[in-house]
Design a protein around this ligand. Structure first.
Ligand SMILES: *Cc1c(COP(=O)(O)O)cnc(C)c1O
Length: 426
């Protein structure tokens, strides 16, 4: 068997099992094609994608405008390293900083790298601008956070599966309860060595926890009062997923940009990834104003692939698609339909406890113990019925389709979800 032969699903799974590290537990479906809101398995069965690669494919699979930008750039110039300039990066930096309302952008590749970058910037700012003594800076994070998989990031995770036996851990992090302003205030008052507060506007991996109305704005205000940087990790919530360009949507002229924004809070440091490329390529970024970003000088930080011309061309196209196709408004509108329909359904069905979320980042809570396999078993049935979703922590199923979905498709998906759960037997 050569790698060029088309594999059956069974063969593809067996190969990964035997030759790949077992660092994931995928649903047993092998995808070989994607277009818009659909994916097809190796045998040609069609599914609705209700995960969107953890919200990386907001613009839909293989969006022609993004793929064209990628292919054209790939044929012209792929990588120069930052030892030299390239003629796309500056254009992208201008476009993205104007769109999100920041002075500067630092380009990286993955979400975890962008989070690491933000932490490094915040620490350096703390020593050089705020005046904290060297090696004393602390960063406040939230319980049940998810910010990626590097050694430093898992150091402040409280997921035992992600942490155990990867120590010793990086110091300098203080953990507080999410959505708890009192805890934030207390911690801010407890020390003069605090550099930053790192927060997800909605905790995605933890099970789509939406904080109380006004939490983010009040948290930002508390941070400002203590001269502490407010860092928003919008790797999953950003790029129209929650019905606005950003879940924190700040002074970025949402109306002009055709996003259905309700401005709430502008981060001091904004972290983007995932859908910044529409899922075509690993592209992440950190945005901040000069007073913060200028602490980074030549040699302080970098990445061989960060800011490469393909990533820059792809990101411009991916952001243009969001505006052209009004994906934020669509996510906002369809999200309301989805939650209304599912909320009505939970009244009639006792296997589902509730539905929550914002825009098209939603989750249903299964009425069973946290460690039961019910959510997984329901996802297996959904798969049989043509819809792919994945359980997340604590018997929760996340529903996050591509934002290019239309209402007819959404109603079709809602019917599949209701039918599957109604017929479900443990
Ligand atoms: C996915 C995610 C990350 C990590 O991104 P990677 O590209 O997987 O490294 C960081 N923060 C949040 C909120 C995420 O959802």
């Amino acid at each position: 068997m050569t790698v060029l032969n088309k594999l059956t699903s069974r063969e593809a799974i067996d190969l990964e099992d035997k030759y790949g590290a077992h660092n994931y537990h995928p649903l047993p479906v092998v995808l070989s094609k994607g277009e818009g809101v659909y994916v097809w398995d190796a045998e040609g069965k069609k599914y609705y994608d209700f995960l969107s690669a953890y919200s990386a494919v907001n613009q839909g699979h293989c969006h022609p405008k993004i793929i064209d930008a990628m292919v054209n750039q790939a044929k012209t110039l792929t990588l120069t390293s930052r030892a030299f300039y390239n003629d796309v990066l500056g254009k992208y930096e201008k476009f993205a900083t104007e769109l999100f309302g920041f002075d500067k952008l630092l380009p990286m590749n993955t979400g975890a790298e962008a989070v690491e970058t933000a932490l490094k910037i915040a620490r350096k700012w703390a020593y050089e601008v705020k005046g904290i003594d060297e090696n004393k800076a602390e960063i406040i994070v939230c319980e049940n956070n998810f910010h990626g998989r590097t050694t430093t990031i898992i150091s402040f995770s409280n997921d035992p599966v992600a942490r155990k036996n990867f120590g010793p851990y990086t110091k300098g992090f203080l953990k507080i309860e999410y959505d708890n302003l009192e805890a934030l205030q207390k911690t801010l008052e407890s020390s003069t060595n605090i550099a930053a507060f790192l927060v997800e506007p909605i905790q995605g991996e933890a099970g789509v926890y939406v904080p109380s109305e006004g939490y983010l704005a009040a948290a930002k205000e508390l941070c400002a009062k203590h001269n502490v940087l407010f860092i928003a990790d919008e790797v999953q919530t950003g790029i129209a997923r929650t019905g606005r360009l950003l879940a924190t949507c700040g002074n970025c002229s949402c109306e002009e940009k055709n996003c259905s924004g309700r401005p709430e809070v502008k981060a001091d440091i904004l972290i983007l990834g995932k859908a910044l490329s529409g899922g075509a390529y690993p592209v992440s970024a950190v945005l901040a104003n000069d007073g913060i970003m200028n602490v980074i000088q030549p040699g302080n930080h970098g990445s061989t692939f960060g800011g490469n011309p393909i990533s820059a061309a792809v990101a411009i196209a991916a952001l243009e698609v969001v505006a052209d196709e009004k994906l934020a408004q669509n996510a906002d509108r369809l999200g309301n339909v989805f939650r209304k329909e599912l909320a009505d359904f939970t009244e009639t069905n006792n296997l589902v406890k509730s539905v929550r979320g914002k825009g098209l980042l939603n989750a249903i809570l299964i009425n069973d113990t946290e460690d039961s396999s019910t959510a997984w078993d329901i996802c297996m049935k959904l798969k049989e019925n043509g819809l792919l979703a994945k359980p997340t922590h604590g018997n929760i199923i996340r529903f996050a389709p591509p934002l290019v979905m239309n209402e007819t498709q959404l109603m079709d998906c809602i019917a599949i979800i209701k039918k599957t759960i109604s017929e479900f037997k443990k």
